[in-house]
Design a protein around this ligand. Structure first.
Ligand SMILES: Cc1cc2nc3c(=O)[nH]c(=O)nc-3n(C[C@H](O)[C@H](O)[C@H](O)COP(=O)(O)OP(=O)(O)OC[C@H]3O[C@@H](n4cnc5c(N)ncnc54)[C@H](O)[C@@H]3O)c2cc1C
Length: 308
């Protein structure tokens, strides 16, 4: 029951100030956030590559309030891509972006977000890699899918994310699978009402498996975003039945979560991509990680008490 409370707190400015200033926060945040700057994340990328892992890089930040912040988000990704050029990892290091950080919720936000993300997608293509559009709360998704479709006209490798907890997702999966897209399937991390989303964990897992089938039997490239051991086993079985080779889909997990499993799957010959978040505006991302596993909150609270 704690999860929804933490997700509600992730929208509170007061809570943001409290959590950001709390002693001990930095240490807990460091488990999920790979660094604050490009300089700090580059060694993390190199280390992952040396271990046979791939990465998708997320400059953390969302819910911005000015156009200047949206331009700054675009520039932060361009700076990252500039640094990736020297590493020559190609598609082994791709980017994940949240369109809200590119201005999607501001006035004229759909066009603004498209105009800001396009140069990032272009720059990514120039160094042989691509961008995946993250899925945020359900009110943003029509705009996200429209931007995805628009970008795919010039950059067909552009990916997007669908969330198993939403009722709409099986239809989205069918459409995207038929169009041959790169699609990441996840359970979903936002607080959504019962009018649009399953609330029960078992229902969400069942929906996830239905979507997996659609994606694995379809024409696109499925990216399986989950740490759930049962869903990973189900994926392997469904991929085998669908006749998919190991390089015709990939697993994705978050930096700092089940790291030994990243290595195990890579050692089995799977493509394993680590979603690596970095930057200073980590609050929303961090709170969603706490909400997913309330034991993390306990650890967090304990670290605050011991530091006091
Ligand atoms: C690569 C990737 C990209 C994502 N992109 C999006 C996105 O664009 N939009 C979106 O809404 N959601 C996104 N998510 C988050 C996703 O929706 C889930 O909230 C998250 O993955 C937890 O679900 P799970 O499938 O891991 O299963 P769960 O049942 O939540 O977890 C299974 C097991 O994994 C471990 N685990 C899971 N989460 C944590 C945690 N925070 N801390 C410690 N252990 C944990 C635990 O051992 C848990 O028992 C993404 C997730 C991944 C892996």
């Amino acid at each position: 029951m704690l999860g929804p409370v933490i997700l509600a707190a992730s929208r509170s400015d007061r809570m943001r100030r409290f959590v950001s200033a709390a002693p001990g926060t930095k240490q807990v945040v460091a488990r999920f956030i790979a660094g604050e700057t490009v300089d700090q994340v580059v060694p993390v990328i190199e280390d992952a590559a040396a271990k046979g892992l791939e990465v998708t890089l997320d400059v953390v930040g969302e819910d911005i309030t000015t156009r200047e912040q949206a331009f700054a988000a675009r520039d932060a990704y361009l700076e990252l891509i500039d640094r990736l050029k020297g590493l020559e990892l190609g598609a082994r290091a791709e980017m994940s972006v949240k369109l809200s950080m590119f201005g999607q919720a501001l006035e004229g936000g759909h066009e603004l977000a498209l105009a800001n993300v396009r140069p990032v997608v272009e720059a990514a293509a120039e160094i042989g890699t691509t961008v995946t559009l993250d899925a945020e709360d359900h009110t943003t998704l029509d705009s996200m899918f429209a931007i995805h479709e628009e970008l795919r006209k010039d950059f067909p490798q552009t990916g997007c994310v669908i969330q198993a907890y939403l009722f709409r997702t099986e239809d989205d999966a069918r459409r995207l699978a038929a169009s041959g897209s790169r699609v990441r399937i996840v359970k979903g991390a936002y607080k959504e009402p019962a009018s649009v989303a399953y609330q029960d964990k078992a229902e969400i897992d069942k929906a996830y498996v239905r979507v997996l089938k659609i994606l694995l039997e379809g024409e696109g490239y499925p990216m399986i975003g989950s740490h759930d051991p049962r869903l990973i086993a189900v994926t392997q079985e469904l991929a085998r039945r669908a006749g998919r080779k190991l390089d015709e889909y990939e697993f994705q997990m978050l930096y700092g979560i089940r790291s030994e499993e990243h290595l195990r799957l890579a050692a089995e010959g799977h493509r394993m991509r680590v979603y690596t978040a970095y930057g200073t505006d980590w609050y929303g991302y961090f709170m969603r990680r706490l909400a997913e596993k309330p034991a993390n909150l306990l650890f967090f609270v304990r670290s605050m008490i011991t530091k006091n």
